[in-house]
Design a protein around this ligand. Sequence first.
Ligand code: UT7
Length: 334
Amino acid sequence: MSAPIKAPVGAPFARIMGIGSYRPSRVITNEDICQTIDSSDEWIRERSGIIERRWAEPDENVVTMGAAAAQKALAGAGITADQIDTIIVATCTHPYQTPSAASEIADLMGVPTAAAMDVSAACAGFAYGLAMAQDMVRGGSAGHVLLIGAEKLSEWTDKHDRSTAFIFADGAGAVIVGPSDSPAISPVVWGGDGAQLQAINMTQNWIEFRDNGYDAFPAISMNGQQVFRWAVSEMARVCRESLDRAGITADQLDAFIPHQANNRITDALIRALDLPAHVPVARDIITTGNTSAASIPLAMDRMLEAGQIPHGGNALLVGFGAGLVFASQVVKIP
Ligand code: UT7
């Protein structure tokens, strides 16, 4: 018989220890957007809730924005960079398949020996990464995970495409996931609908990019109505299942932080969940736009900064997007 080998030993539970975010300073108004598409400030506000969004400068990207958010998350968690042993970056707008944005961030932050990888789950990426980070901490393969959602969607959006130009934007949010004595991240509810693969993709629509070194690269194209219908009908079920798996009811929530896709999707989910009026709801999309994998941590950080949500409270998260894929969990607010 071969010699027995040891199994990994993890922490009893995992929690979000700290959070940080980075918003580019360049504000793009709806009027700016209407320079390249036939639309109006009124239509964009009414149909999406967006009044303005942030676009990164040429020298800002997934790596620089992600690292800036990460530094703040570290400070919030009260740990130093050398205590991070794993880095996960959720993104769909890092321009290279390899090396990963996570490896670049590891180097930039002075932790080149950390395990590093990117996760491609579009707007569900942060919630996917959170599920993986919790399993790693509990499974014993990581001590402290730096999880980042970062996007530079402005670079992958055709500014002349009326169905996407007004919605997507840039930014980054980061959390540190580490050990906990009590449950602080509920079981994930996740999945997808691959039959709707074409609803959002980066292959149908190529854009020329003149000034950043690429000859051409794919832009996001989206069947907005199709995604909207799916989000409204399916995400209510997913959120209910997530609450069930966390063992709480909607009235025991201290925050609802859905992916900031469209304020009307958020409104529909509130109605479907019968969310009590006292539960604060993320509305970061109004001034931030849809930042895909970055939207949930950006929104959570803003709500914390504004004193809208309590440390230690219960927040229901749900991410959904291209794939189509989704993920949801309840977390204790750091
Ligand atoms: O984050 C990843 C997941 N993504 C999402 O969750 C996005 C989900 N989808 C949406 O948020 C919405 O579908 C959009 C905000 C993208 C679009 O809103 P909509 O209410 O679904 O618009 P629509 O495509 O149904 O178009 C309604 C009308 C049409 O005109 P008619 O046929 O009623 O005369 C469009 O031609 O609005 C017109 N339209 C526009 N008008 C002004 C479409 N785009 C625009 C525009 N400006 N940009």
